[in-house]
Design a protein around this ligand. Structure first.
Ligand SMILES: Nc1ncnc2c1ncn2[C@@H]1O[C@H](COP(=O)(O)OP(=O)(O)O)[C@@H](O)[C@H]1O
Ligand SMILES: [Mg+2]
Length: 461
């Protein structure tokens, strides 16, 4: 038995989880970037505000140098957030440091902008730096200066992380919810299949009626196939019943004869009478044996036909036909029949030798049994371009054209009921031929009377 493939439910869930996880990771990555950007925008504005407040306090002293009086409120604006620390520096015209942290990184080139921002590190901590370019006026000329304000980024990072965490939780809840919905949906959708399986399990073995269960459209095809399989099974069973009924009927006749002859022998007054009864009983046993052999053969052919195409081997049909014809010459002679072979010495067909032998034997036996005393029977094999033709021809009474399709059916016989047989010979011949891709034809013999049975084998490529 084939082990079942992994469950539908598990497969759907796996697909769902893998795809949403991939999409989710991408979405979270994007969310994080967006969160960092937002946090930066907000805090940058505050940094710029502080820089502006400091710049406003820069004045030109009497001796022309710049002086600054740091307004601590400007820095307090910033420190309200978390544990962040704030640093600043003010530089005068290029190269002159005025006040603040002299080692604080600044931005040398603001690319023409009055304000600029960047990320840097200061004393081993990540910081965000804002730079403001201004100039103080003396009334005569103006002196440029740069205000740099920096802040550690703890608060920004916390904000971004909080946003990320919330998004991740929301996403996880959505994935969990979707998985639960898939689980429930699959369970509900599979219910009709379980009902179908119960309905089949409850049936008795000989109940081959159609399945009339409402199932989803996707499964209807399967149910239809199953139903048509049931119909075929039913007809195969009917054929089997018909066959075994006929077979037992056929066997009953010789058995009844044997019993009668045994009774006659028991009551015989003379040895001659007893011997005559024994001889008749013996003939009936031979008949029963022949019937059994044919039934077994029929079963063998049926089995071969329903199994995989067997590996056929090349068989020399001409040689086989010559041998078998030779074997039957004495029996034919006893029946007053002139049996002979004519045709090729050798002709290959793809077949199975034992079954081909049975085919030939049935045809020759029919000719001996039905052609009548004094008839001539010819077995011939001829290889041609389109295959090999086997023919068994006699000049006896033949079979009338309107009966030829009837005698091909199982258990149907022609007019000569005195000859032993039960109407399986020609069906056996036709079915064996079918196994090897050959076709059987019943014709009137070339002389205008008698039967010619032709078996046309395809060319053995
Ligand atoms: N060579 C023949 N000549 C005349 N009739 C034949 C010949 N072969 C077969 N038949 C007819 O076809 C019938 C069916 O043949 P077959 O299928 O071999 O069954 P069975 O020989 O058991 O009757 C025979 O009963 C017979 O009437
Ligand atoms: Mg026969």
């Amino acid at each position: 038995m084939i082990s079942p493939a992994s469950s539908l439910r598990r497969r759907l869930l796996l697909w769902l989880l893998v795809s949403t996880a991939v999409i989710g990771v991408l979405a979270l990555f994007d969310t994080y970037r967006e969160a960092v950007k937002t946090a930066n925008t907000v805090s940058d504005r505050v940094l710029a505000g502080s820089a502006l407040a400091i710049a406003e306090r820069v004045v030109v002293s009497e001796n022309g140098s710049l002086e600054v009086d740091i307004p601590y409120v400007a820095l307090e604006m910033l420190t309200s957030a978390a544990q962040d620390r704030v640093f600043y520096r003010v530089d005068g015209p290029p190269g002159s440091f005025i006040t603040g942290y002299q080692t604080l990184p600044t931005i040398a080139d603001t690319q023409g902008q009055p304000t600029a921002y960047r990320d840097a590190t200061f004393r081993g901590e990540p910081i965000r730096v804002a730079v403001l370019l201004r100039s103080a006026s003396t009334g005569v000329n103006s002196v440029p200066f740069v205000v740099t304000v920096a802040e550690t980024t703890i608060a920004r990072r916390q904000l971004a992380q909080a946003i990320l965490l919330r998004s991740a939780v929301r996403l996880a809840m959505m994935i969990g919810g979707a998985a639960a919905i898939v689980w429930i949906a699959v369970t509900v959708s599979l219910r009709p299949l379980y009902r179908l399986s119960d309905a089949i399990a409850e049936r008795s073995p000989d109940d081959l009626r159609r399945i009339e269960q409402r199932v989803p459209r996707e499964v209807q095809g399967l149910v239809d196939r199953f139903n048509s399989f049931m119909v075929r099974l039913q007809s195969a069973l009917d054929a089997l019943r018909h066959f075994s009924g006929n077979a037992s009927h056929q066997l009953r006749t010789p058995l009844a004869i044997i019993r009668t002859q045994l009774a006659l022998a028991a009551r015989a007054a003379t040895l001659e009478e007893a011997q005559a009864a024994a001889a008749k009983g013996d003939a009936a046993v031979a008949h029963a044996e022949r019937i059994l052999a044919q039934l077994l053969l029929m079963a063998k052919i049926d089995a071969a036909g329903s199994s995989e195409p067997q590996n056929l081997s090349p068989v020399d049909l001409a040689a086989l036909a010559q041998d078998l014809t030779g074997d039957r010459v004495p029996a034919a002679g006893e029946a007053g029949i002139d049996l002979g072979y004519e045709g090729d010495r050798s002709a290959l067909v793809l077949a199975e030798p034992l079954l081909i032998g049975e085919l030939l034997r049935n045809l020759i036996e029919n000719a001996i049994a039905y052609a009548g005393r004094g008839a001539e029977v010819t077995v011939s094999v001829a290889a041609g371009g389109d295959g090999v033709l086997l023919a068994v021809e006699d000049d006896g009474p033949g079979i009338p054209a309107d009966q030829r399709s009837v005698v091909r059916q199982r258990f149907s016989r022609g007019g000569h009921r005195d000859a032993p047989g039960m109407g399986l010979g020609l069906p056996i011949v036709e079915e064996i031929a079918g196994l090897f891709g050959a076709r059987m034809a019943l014709e009137t013999a070339t002389g205008g009377c008698g039967l010619r049975v032709e078996i046309r084998f395809p060319a053995a490529a």
